[in-house]
Design a protein around this ligand. Structure first.
Ligand SMILES: Nc1ncnc2c1ncn2[C@@H]1O[C@H](COP(=O)(O)OP(=O)(O)OP(=O)(O)O)[C@@H](O)[C@H]1O
Length: 259
């Protein structure tokens, strides 16, 4: 299988203080769900910026879908720790936003608005927000806002979904609920996912492959395939194989932090 995202010995130095990430060499296949974990400051967000063309590498090269990344990618959707919904727009209108901005949809927006609203409504229904389409962000809980933010990231049917700590600000129960929301969306649509997280359980539950990064300069020190069968139910997170796996990942990061 050829790589969908290909990092070929990539390094990035933001300034003359040295590399933020160094010699990242990896392939992500189309439809794969990968997670990046590592100590704070190891370069997880930097990896995302490189992957989506928000920064250019200082060494090495990056290809997405066989094409060198030289400008911001149009085939990606993104969600972050803060939902960042626009407070003056309803949930539905927030979800529609990328279609007003991203090519080729923006030129068709007026003409196809009803159809696009249908897409947004379908997504909102999938994540349990059917009754909140007309509410404003301040009328939603943090978990609901993050659900809407994931819908917004997916509305233009991106082939690559980039998630930077998307559930980091949520309580443990809501977080686990949203793992399942994301799992179901991914099972149904099989877009490629790059998830950056501090939560090792989250990485192990959701991902096919977990990359562990070292402290600055961030290098990939471990590639771990998660061979737990799919679809995965939350219950598996209480089973021994899962707990052992998370312990191993934790021990590895502990080692990195102490060196
Ligand atoms: N725009 C920038 N200019 C200069 N240095 C930067 C910039 N962005 C990040 N860095 C540095 O690059 C390194 C990696 O930062 P990055 O945000 O990618 O790490 P991270 O693993 O996502 O961190 P965290 O887990 O704390 O979110 C850090 O040392 C950071 O200070």
């Amino acid at each position: 299988m050829s790589a969908f995202v290909a990092f070929d010995h990539v390094s990035l130095a933001y300034d003359d203080s040295g590399n933020a990430i160094e010699d990242i060499d990896l392939d992500i296949h189309e439809g794969e769900f990968v997670a990046f974990v590592g100590p704070s400051g190891c370069g997880k967000s930097t990896f995302m910026k490189l992957c989506t063309g928000l920064h250019a590498p200082t060494a090495g090269s990056i290809k997405v879908d066989g094409v060198a990344v030289t400008e911001p990618l149009k085939i990606s959707g993104m969600a972050f720790q803060n939902a960042n919904l626009l407070p003056w727009r309803t949930t539905l209108d927030n979800v529609l936003l990328p279609l007003e901005i991203v090519k080729p949809y923006r030129h068709q927006f007026r003409k196809r608005r009803k159809e696009f609203e249908g897409w947004a409504r379908d997504l909102l229904k999938t994540v349990g927000l059917a009754d909140y389409e007309d509410q404003y962000p301040w009328q939603l809980s943090g978990g609901m806002q993050q659900r809407a933010s994931i819908c917004r990231a997916l509305i233009h049917q991106p082939r690559l979904l980039m998630l930077d700590e998307p559930f980091g600000a949520l309580d443990a129960f809501t977080r686990e609920e949203l793992w399942c929301v994301l799992r179901d969306l991914w099972e149904a649509q099989r877009f490629t996912v790059v998830l950056v997280t501090h939560d090792l359980r989250e990485a192990a539950f959701l991902a096919d492959t977990v990359y562990v990064m070292s402290s600055r300069p961030g290098r990939v020190v471990e590639r771990r395939e998660i061979d737990l069968p799919r679809p995965r139910a939350l219950d598996i997170t209480y089973d021994k194989p899962f707990i052992d796996l998370v312990h191993e990942l934790r021990a590895q990061i502990g080692e990195i932090r102490s060196t």
